[in-house]
Ligand binder design. Structure first.
Ligand code: NAP
Ligand code: ZN
Length: 359
């Protein structure tokens, strides 16, 4: 008979899990594997709440294997290292993002693109190499192969830095890959949530002119005064949208819900690039005339590889970039999820795991 999550491994752990598609969280006892030769065991201090956690908790993508303990914006301190671990020692501040293993042999892995390995293992809702399920950062500890552990820069706040491990790399990687970093060019950021607000900050650090494209007029003043955006376009304002047509070089689309790409493509210049990173539960239509008529491009991107994630953390540390967060305790996750579903967060919830009562 298969062992229970609580007894299958030797290290006791406690987290909060959703058990069905209501996505309601409650305490969950489980276990973590022994610290292997290449492993780092981490006491989790903070974990960001990504919209992907909400999609998964509610089974919006149809792939959730309950019970699920989400969380892939993990920051903590190293408590144990295996014999082969040279990169980290006890007490180090470290991060873990969206993936915890990959094959290390395929073309993607060899290019440092572990995030495109067909056999990558996600931090939660995946089956690990030993056949057990992976559970994420809404929990007190995690054991991860050192290759998938990031060094957290000294001057980076642990709580506000946590969201960079998913939100940060998800916007940084496509900006680099698709050549969306030329100073002075005009970047549109669609959706001002967790990913979007970090995209504004990273865009400014690259020297871009940044316009937020949003459904929420009430986010305007802060987007400009606090986040540093140059302009704010309310997508439901036809006159302003018309005036902005054909003015943008690049758009990064972080919208979490089904939406039309046509108005966004219309904002791009000839040769403009739209990169979608949001993952709505249903496919989007590609408005082919808007592409063909102006040699525009639509691309996608999925987080980033380990080397690039470290590069992004160091870049953000250098430019004093961290997320704007609302810190919550573990027992406030259900309320936080309700608010996240309504785009009512400034701009990322982070769970203060270290100071939460977990059961
Ligand atoms: P989030 O904080 O909820 O932000 C999403 C934003 O989208 C909202 O704040 C809202 O911005 C806008 N929005 C929501 N519903 C909308 C609608 N019906 N129409 C138009 N705009 C709408 O979510 P997030 O954590 O940033 O994640 C965003 C998406 O990226 C999710 O689908 C997530 O799963 C995905 N994701 C992908 C990757 C990847 O590797 N590709 C990584 C992480 C997350 P306004 O209020 O400004 O309109
Ligand atoms: Zn995420």
């Amino acid at each position: 008979m298969a062992k229970s999550p609580e007894t299958e491994h030797p290290q006791k752990a406690i987290g909060w899990a959703a058990r069905d598609n209501t996505g309601t969280f409650s305490p969950f006892h489980f276990s973590r594997r022994e610290t292997g030769a290449d492993d780092v065991t981490i006491k989790i201090l903070f974990c960001g709440i990504c919209h992907s956690d909400l999609h998964c908790a509610r089974n919006e993508w149809g792939v959730t294997n309950y019970p699920i303990v989400p969380g892939h914006e993990i920051v903590g301190t190293v408590t144990k290292v295996g014999n082969n671990v040279s990169k980290f020692k006890e007490g180090d501040k470290v991060g873990v993002g969206v993936l915890v293993a990959s094959c290390q042999k395929c073309e993607s892995c060899q290019q440092g693109l572990e995030n495109y390995c067909p056999n990558m293992i996600l931090t939660y809702n995946s089956i690990d190499r030993d056949g057990t399920k992976t559970y994420g950062g809404y929990s007190d500890l995690i054991v991860v192969d050192q290759h998938y552990v990031l060094r957290f820069p000294d001057n980076m706040p642990l709580d506000a830095g946590a969201p960079l491990l998913c939100a940060g790399i998800t916007v940084y990687s496509p900006m680099k890959y698709y050549g969306m970093t030329e100073p002075g060019k005009h970047l549109g950021v669609a959706g001002l949530g967790g990913l979007g607000h970090v995209a504004v900050k990273i865009g400014k650090a690259f020297g871009l002119k940044v316009t937020v494209i949003s459904t929420s007029p009430k986010k305007e003043s802060e987007a400009i005064s606090k986040l540093g955006a140059d302009a704010f376009l309310v997508s439901s304002d036809p006159a302003k949208v018309k005036a902005a047509m054909g003015t943008m070089d690049y758009i990064i689309d972080t919208v979490s819900a089904v939406h039309s790409l046509a108005p966004l493509l219309g904002l791009l210049k000839v040769n403009g690039k739209l990169v979608t990173v949001g993952l709505p539960e249903k496919p989007l239509e590609v408005p082919i005339f808007a592409l063909v008529g102006a040699r525009r491009l639509v691309g996608g991107s999925n987080v980033g590889g380990m080397k690039e994630t470290q590069e992004m953390l160091d870049f953000c540390a250098k430019h004093n970039i961290a997320a704007d967060i609302e810190l919550v305790r573990m027992d406030q996750i259900n309320t936080a999820m309700e608010r996240l579903a309504k785009s009512d967060v400034k701009y990322r919830f982070v769970i203060d795991v270290g100071n939460s009562k977990l059961q």
